[in-house]
Design a protein around this ligand. Structure first.
Ligand SMILES: Nc1ncnc2c1ncn2[C@@H]1O[C@H](COP(=O)(O)OP(=O)(O)O)[C@@H](O)[C@H]1O
Ligand SMILES: [Mg+2]
Length: 427
């Protein structure tokens, strides 16, 4: 493919890497970035089979932009910045970890050959993780984590040790689980997939490269015969023009499905406070809710002093929304949560603004409920928001995914914190 000098109004610098399906260019005007240009090229079996396929670059670029757009939206750190033209995107310039990270929900394909006796369709819970060293000449051999650590890769100044391997493994599973849930909303089963990582100029470990129809197995209705991924191309005995057209139509269908992923924005967390003096506590809850992508509304009402108004507020929300969670904030005796819980079927989470000096007395009004009531009680604003997100995430994969990313961030930050204290194993 000839060198290109400009895409989407951005002047390209030198061609840094040319792979089987993409070219990577420097971007002089945007230090720390690169532009990845897709080729109209489809390859399989590590390049042994390869065809030009007009329009493939555009479809791959679109698919990749939608997938990475989603990952960025749920808060994952990735190298993808934005699409800059039909067949190119802007990314953080990375030095790549030369490993393919594969995740599988169901056993199929090469896994069956490497693990004789396992039947096709064996379900891995958690998803099975495998790693392959990117080495076309040797057919990308499978590597153990010990081999990766022992290789001592240094990428953009970062030594890839056990910590980095732990983080990449957990991130890979997260990416799979997020996309699996996203695809489930289109009634498609994500069977397995592959991602790559890179380290940018700031030393950040990022999900990089691309994720498109070359990256996964995708079975509509969970039916292998309906597969719409690159396996269709891999499986062809000989490749005719009409076969290539089928492959392209499948890829286009996948890209179009990705346009319909955004769930309806039809949920709400209503934080009811018994008194305006609870405002600060409620604002903290609201902040945590917003960080998790939740819509949140604050109201003031007292179940003791304005019972009818309280119930009217509840009825109003109930009449227009089905994905609804109430968080109740009341000091001293909490009448609000229990009264709500006795009068609505929506989840009620008590988050009383308890003070250390009277926590042991006040908290009982939230905990020791009459029979027939099922409200929950948490003590911290963050816990209230997390609990609400867990409930609403059951029906909304974006919220679920934000929680999942937060879980990973907790895991990762502990590893980095521990690294700072370590005596024996520094790396
Ligand atoms: N953000 C990035 N920055 C720099 N290089 C990248 C980035 N994302 C992917 N690459 C690299 O771009 C190269 C070209 O991609 P590709 O054509 O898929 O190559 P390959 O045939 O080696 O898989 C690969 O070596 C890939 O690792
Ligand atoms: Mg590649």
């Amino acid at each position: 493919m000839a060198a290109v000098t400009e895409v989407g109004g951005i002047k390209l610098g030198k061609l840094l890497i040319e792979g089987k399906t993409k070219q990577v260019y420097d971007v002089p005007s945007l230090p720390g970035h690169s532009i990845l240009l897709n080729k109209d090229r489809i390859t399989a079996h590590n390049g042994v089979r390869a065809h030009d396929l007009e329009g493939k670059a555009q479809i791959s670029n679109q698919t990749n932009a939608k997938v990475f757009g989603l990952l960025n939206q749920v808060g994952l750190k990735t190298a993808f910045v934005r699409m800059v033209s039909d067949n190119a995107f802007l990314a953080r310039k990375c030095e790549m970890v030369p490993i393919e990270w594969v995740t599988r929900r169901l056993a199929t394909g090469s896994y069956l050959k490497r693990n004789p006796g396992v039947k096709e369709g064996f379900r891995f819970s958690p998803p099975k993780q495998e790693t392959f060293y990117k080495d076309d000449a040797n057919d990308d051999p499978q590597w153990s984590e010990e081999q990766i650590v022992s290789a001592g890769f240094k990428v953009n100044g970062v030594l890839i040790g056990q910590d980095e391997v732990d983080i990449m493994r957990q991130t890979t599973i997260l990416v799979f689980e997020v996309l699996e849930r996203a695809w489930a909303t289109r009634n498609c089963a994500l069977i397995d997939m592959k991602i790559e990582f890179g380290v940018d100029a700031d030393g950040q470990l990022l999900v990089a490269d691309v994720i498109d129809s070359d990256s996964w197995r995708l079975w509509p209705s969970g039916d292998k015969r309906l597969m719409v991924d690159k396996q269709v191309y891999r499986n062809l005995a000989s490749v005719t023009a009409s076969d290539l057209d089928t492959v392209k139509r499948n890829f286009l269908w996948v890209s179009e499905q990705l346009d319909n992923l955004q769930p309806k924005n039809d949920h709400l967390v209503v934080v009811l406070m018994g008194s305006p003096s609870d405002k600060d506590h409620c604002e903290k809850i609201a902040k945590h809710c917003r960080e998790l992508g939740l819509n949140v509304e604050l109201r003031v009402t007292s179940a003791h002093k304005g019972t009818k108004t309280t119930l009217h507020i509840v009825n109003e929300y109930e009449s227009v929304l089905s994905n609804l969670v109430f968080i109740t904030v009341a000091g001293r005796s909490n009448g609000l949560g229990p009264v709500l819980s006795g009068n609505t079927n929506y989840p009620v989470i008590n988050c009383p603004p308890v003070k250390p000096e009277n926590v042991s007395l006040d908290v009982w009004s939230s905990l020791n409920l009459p029979s027939g009531l099922g409200c929950a009680t948490v003590l911290y604003p963050e816990a209230a928001a997390l609990n609400a997100a867990q409930i609403l995430g059951l029906n909304n994969f974006l919220i679920w995914s934000k929680l999942r990313v937060k879980q990973l961030a907790n895991f990762t930050s502990l590893i980095y914190a521990d690294k700072g204290f370590r005596g024996v194993r520094k790396e």
